[in-house]
Design a protein around this ligand. Structure first.
Ligand SMILES: Cc1cc2nc3c(=O)[nH]c(=O)nc-3n(C[C@H](O)[C@H](O)[C@H](O)COP(=O)(O)OP(=O)(O)OC[C@H]3O[C@@H](n4cnc5c(N)ncnc54)[C@H](O)[C@@H]3O)c2cc1C
Length: 143
């Protein structure tokens, strides 16, 4: 969580503290320079030209650079002048889990069925939906 916070704080500050989204043209990111003019985009709260390598820790920037350079010859229309990178998506799944039995019931609160992302079991729309369906089926089979 501290790791997330650090990146989010840097992104917020890089965006000028006004919630503008830090951005960089993909080709400029690859060349390590700040974009003079950002590619046209539909971000309603606004975009601010930054060097994204200043927001990410070195190992993330280097991994992104390596990946984009690898993809460049294979997907020229993807890694192209038209590409635009926007600030980091730092949200992740819940770091804690409410314990439950195999029947999806809380181990210590009867009648409580912890499911989905907030309970620490899923991360994403489909896995959350599937967890809910399984919990309902499991409960119904016991009624
Ligand atoms: C900006 C954003 C983008 C995302 N993009 C993607 C994506 O592209 N693909 C993907 O797979 N996932 C994405 N996700 C993640 C996905 O939305 C979640 O993983 C999923 O919605 C979790 O489902 P859930 O049913 O566990 O929780 P939620 O959908 O959060 O449902 C919890 C519900 O409980 C209600 N609630 C909370 N407290 C109470 C209370 N005390 N009493 C009664 N009701 C309460 C809430 O109002 C809410 O309706 C994204 C999430 C965000 C925030």
């Amino acid at each position: 969580m501290e790791f997330q916070k650090e990146i989010e704080a840097k992104a917020y500050n890089a965006g000028g503290g006004s919630f503008e989204v830090p951005a960089q043209n993909l080709i400029d990111f690859l060349e390590g320079k700040i974009s003079a003019t950002l590619n046209k985009n539909s971000c309603k709260i606004g975009t601010k030209s930054v060097n994204l390598a200043d927001i990410f820790p070195k190992f993330i920037s280097e991994t992104l650079l390596a990946a984009f350079n690898e993809w460049k010859p294979e997907y020229p229309s993807y890694v192209s002048k038209a590409g635009l990178l926007l600030a980091p998506e730092t949200r992740t799944s819940c770091a804690v889990r409410i314990k439950r039995t195999e029947a999806y019931e809380s181990v210590n609160i009867k009648g409580l069925f912890p499911i989905g992302e907030g309970a620490g079991y899923t991360g994403g729309i489909t896995s959350s939906a599937a967890d809910g369906i399984k919990a309902v089926r499991s409960t119904n089979s016991k009624l």
